[in-house]
Ligand binder design. Structure first.
Ligand code: RIB
Ligand code: CA
Length: 310
């Protein structure tokens, strides 16, 4: 069993990832740290607890950092709404659950120290929690097996022309993680744009006709319509690509690179600058996902999702 720790800012695509991780019997999911990102921490934590209750997630949930290491807080609420995820159907009901009492950073440090060399951190949010853990406990860097992260891009951004949201929301945290020496596997927008959902995928979930599928269908529909309100344009799948990698790594092709995080650029702050001429030009610090058989991957994902919602 591969031990994993999830760091997340739910977010619909985070929620989809959580369901896929829960359904992957090859994973031992130790814990979940929640961070501000798609929305302020109060909303992302509430979303995580609602998902935990209504979809019977078993990993303990810890509240993490509320703001980036430096600068002002950045969210995606302008696109995703106040709660950080929208539905065109019935919203997820409220929850009575509360997070664990320990701060997420301390829980993550403790988990890594208890399982040296064994934990893959699955990072699908701004990297504030992970960077803070590395700063508070430098001893854990060599104890982390790998960080598998959805973030960055080898080409265009999404939150700005140059930067992907998870990196843009806390570039200083990303810089600390990419310079930490921890083995990194980066799934950027260049990869995510090869796996795109259409209204056909939404209709497949709508046709299941079970309460949990109905909740999921409404949020999936709203997510798919981010690309175009009428749903005509396909929408990339972001966070679930890391769950696809953990389940079917053979789907992906990677290239070694040295990735730097732009911190100062007026128009480029938060950009992941990927130097592929390694080690000649620079020492490699990440394996960057470059290609995938998108239709095949989407079919596997939808089959697994439909099965767990039926
Ligand atoms: O750019 C996509 C990323 O930003 C995803 O993790 C999504 O959930 C948002 O956090
Ligand atoms: Ca996310």
């Amino acid at each position: 069993m591969r031990k994993i720790w999830l760091d997340t800012d739910p977010g619909f695509d985070d929620w989809l990832t959580m369901l896929l991780l829960q359904a992957d019997t090859a994973l031992d999911w130790l814990g979940t740290s929640v961070v501000a990102g798609n929305a302020p921490l109060e909303a992302t934590l509430d979303n995580a607890l609602r998902i935990q209750q209504h979809f019977a997630l078993t990993a303990p949930i810890y509240a993490g950092c509320e703001r980036p290491l430096m600068g002002r807080s950045e969210t995606a609420q302008n696109i995703l709404g106040v709660q950080g995820m929208r539905s065109t159907g019935v919203p997820l009901p409220a929850t009575t659950l509360v997070p664990e009492g320990t701060h997420a950073v301390h829980a993550l440090i403790d988990a890594v120290r208890r399982h040296p060399g064994e934990i893959t951190i699955v990072a699908i949010a701004p990297l504030t929690n992970i960077a803070t853990a590395l700063a508070q406990a430098p001893d854990i860097a060599p104890l982390i097996a790998e960080i598998v992260l959805m973030g960055g891009s080898t080409d265009q951004g999404n939150h700005t022309a140059a930067a992907e949201f998870n990196i843009y929301a806390d570039p200083e945290a990303a810089n600390r993680v990419f310079r930490s020496g921890v083995p990194l596997r980066m799934f950027g927008l260049n990869l995510c744009r090869q796996i795109r959902i259409r209204q056909t995928e939404v209709q497949r979930i709508q046709s299941i006709g079970k309460p949990r599928a109905d909740w999921m269908a409404g949020y999936l529909d709203a997510y798919q319509r981010i690309a175009s309100a009428d749903g005509a344009l396909p929408m990339p799948l972001y966070d679930p690509v890391v769950a696809l990698y953990l389940a079917w790594p053979e789907l992906f092709q990677f290239q070694s690179a040295h990735v730097d995080i732009e911190l100062a650029g007026t128009y480029t702050r938060g950009m992941t600058v990927c130097e592929f001429r390694v080690p000649r030009r620079a020492p490699p610090n990440a394996e960057v996902a470059m290609s995938i058989d998108g239709p095949r991957a989407l079919g596997l994902l939808m089959d697994r999702l439909a099965a767990l919602l039926s």
